[in-house]
Design a binder for this molecule. Structure first.
Ligand SMILES: C=CC1=C(C)c2cc3[nH]c(cc4nc(cc5[nH]c(cc1n2)c(C)c5CCC(=O)O)C(CCC(=O)O)=C4C)c(C)c3C=C
Ligand SMILES: [Fe+2]
Ligand SMILES: [Fe+2]
Length: 353
C-alpha cells in the first residue's frame, strides 16, 4: 500500500451497519472546464449555444431590460447563421464536434493517463456552455464516489467573464445537494514559470519550422470591454504580465514582441490595441513577415483558428504583408500537458499527497 492509497483508506468510512444505504469509496475528482461549444453548426444548435452563452450576466453585464430585447431580437436571429458558417470552416468533421471540444477531451484523457498511478483521482472535462455540462460531469464524478472536486477553469488569465462564471456554475449546481462535495478551484496561472516556459518553447519550436523569420511576433489575447477593466477585472494586468514574462524569457530585441486584443463583440470600446487593426497597420507600415500566438487560449478554437489563422492572416496579406504564421495553442502537446498537470498536482496538495 503506497502513501496515496493509505490516504484513501484513512478517509474510508469503515464497515456499514446492516440496512445502511451504500456509500462509495471516497475519491478526488478533477474537472477541466473550458468555455463552450455548440453541438452542431446548424441554425438551431448555434442559437441554443449563443442563447445560453450570451444570457450569462458575467459575459454581458448590461441591464437585462436593455440587453434581452437586443439578444432575443437581432442577435439570436442573425448571429447563429454567421457564427455557424464560421464554425463550419474549422469543424472537426471526423468527430462531428468543434476543435475546442476535441482538444478539451484530449487534455482530460492525457491528464488521466498522467495521474493513472493514483487510483483515488478521477478526471473529467466539461463546458461552461453547451455539452457536456458542468452539472452532468460533477454528478458523474460524485457517482464515482468523489467527495472532493477540484474545478479547473482552463483560463491562464483571470476574468469574471470566464473564470468566475465557471466557478459560479459549479457552486450553483451544488446548491441543491444534500451531500455536497468539498470544492476547490484552480486560480489564474498567468505568471507560473511552467506556463511561461511552455509558451516560450512552443514559440521557439514553431518558429524553427518556418521558412522565414518574423519581424514581429504578436501575442493576441481575447479582449473584454474597457468598462469591465475599469470596474476592477484584473484580466488586462494578467495578460500584460504574461507578455512581459514571456518577452523576458525569449530575450528578443525590444519591439519584436507585441501584445494585442482580439474578438470584439458589440458597440463598446474593448481592450486595445486591437489585433486586426494592428496587423493591418503593420502591413501598411511595410512589415512583411509576422507570426501570431494566442497565449490566453488553452486550446485552439473558433477565435484562434478562424479569427487569427484565417481572418487576421488575410488582413495582413491583403494590406501588403508577405508571410503570416499562426503559432498553435498549447492544446494537448507535452508542454501544454506539463502545465495542466503541474497546476492540478499543486492544487490537490493536502487532498492527495
Ligand atoms: C461580451 C462578450 C464576450 C466576452 C466578455 C468574452 C470574453 C472572453 N471569451 C473568451 C474565450 C472565448 N470566447 C469564445 C467565443 C465567443 N466569445 C464571445 C463573446 C465574448 N467573450 C462570443 C459571442 C463568442 C462566440 C463565437 C461567435 O459567435 O463569434 C471562444 C471560442 C469557443 C469555441 O467553441 O471555439 C473562446 C475560447 C475569453 C478568454 C474571454 C475573456 C477573457
Ligand atoms: Fe469570448
Ligand atoms: Fe471571434
Amino acid at each position: 500500500m503506497n502513501a496515496h492509497t493509505r490516504t484513501v483508506a484513512e478517509r474510508a468510512i469503515g464497515p456499514l451497519p446492516a440496512g445502511h444505504p451504500p456509500v462509495a469509496r471516497p475519491k478526488v475528482g478533477v474537472l477541466l472546464v473550458n468555455l463552450g461549444t455548440p453541438d452542431g453548426t446548424d441554425y438551431w444548435s448555434m442559437r441554443r449555444y449563443l442563447r445560453e452563452f450570451l444570457s450569462d450576466k458575467r459575459v454581458i453585464e448590461w441591464p437585462r431590460a436593455v440587453w434581452y430585447p437586443i439578444l432575443h431580437g437581432i442577435v439570436l436571429s442573425k448571429r447563429p447563421q454567421k457564427s455557424g458558417a464560421a464554425y463550419a470552416e474549422i469543424w472537426n468533421t471526423e468527430r462531428n464536434e468543434s476543435p475546442l471540444r476535441t482538444f478539451t477531451r484530449a487534455q482530460g484523457e492525457k491528464l488521466a493517463a498522467r495521474l493513472a498511478g493514483q487510483a483515488e483521482i478521477a478526471v473529467d472535462w466539461a463546458m461552461r456552455y453547451g455539452n457536456p455540462s458542468i452539472a452532468s460531469r460533477m454528478d458523474a464524478l460524485q457517482a464515482q464516489g468523489c467527495d472532493r472536486i477540484l474545478v479547473y477553469p482552463l483560463y491562464p488569465q483571470y476574468s469574471a467573464s470566464t473564470t468566475a462564471t465557471v466557478n459560479d456554475k459549479a457552486f450553483e449546481h451544488l446548491m441543491g445537494k444534500r451531500w455536497m462535495p468539498a470544492l476547490r478551484t484552480v486560480p489564474a496561472y498567468h505568471d507560473e514559470p511552467v506556463y511561461i516556459d511552455a509558451l516560450a518553447r512552443s514559440i521557439e519550436t514553431h518558429l524553427a519550422t518556418l521558412d522565414f523569420e518574423p519581424e514581429r511576433v504578436i501575442a493576441s489575447y481575447h479582449g473584454i470591454p474597457q468598462s469591465y477593466f475599469r470596474k476592477g477585472d484584473p484580466y488586462h494586468c494578467h495578460c500584460q504580465k504574461t507578455s512581459r514574462l514571456l518577452e523576458e524569457r525569449l530575450g528578443w530585441p525590444k519591439g519584436r514582441f507585441m501584445t494585442t486584443f482580439q474578438s470584439r463583440f458589440g458597440p463598446e470600446e474593448w481592450l486595445q490595441p486591437y489585433t486586426d487593426k494592428t496587423v493591418e497597420a503593420l502591413a501598411k507600415e511595410g512589415v512583411k513577415r509576422i507570426a501570431v500566438l494566442n497565449p490566453g487560449f488553452v486550446s485552439d478554437c473558433l477565435e484562434t483558428l478562424e479569427e487569427i489563422a484565417g481572418e487576421a492572416g488575410e488582413i495582413f496579406l491583403h494590406n501588403g504583408g508577405e508571410k503570416f504564421s499562426h503559432i498553435p495553442c498549447l492544446n494537448d502537446s507535452e508542454p501544454g500537458m506539463d502545465v495542466i498537470e503541474h497546476m492540478v498536482r499543486r492544487e490537490l496538495r493536502g487532498w492527495v499527497d
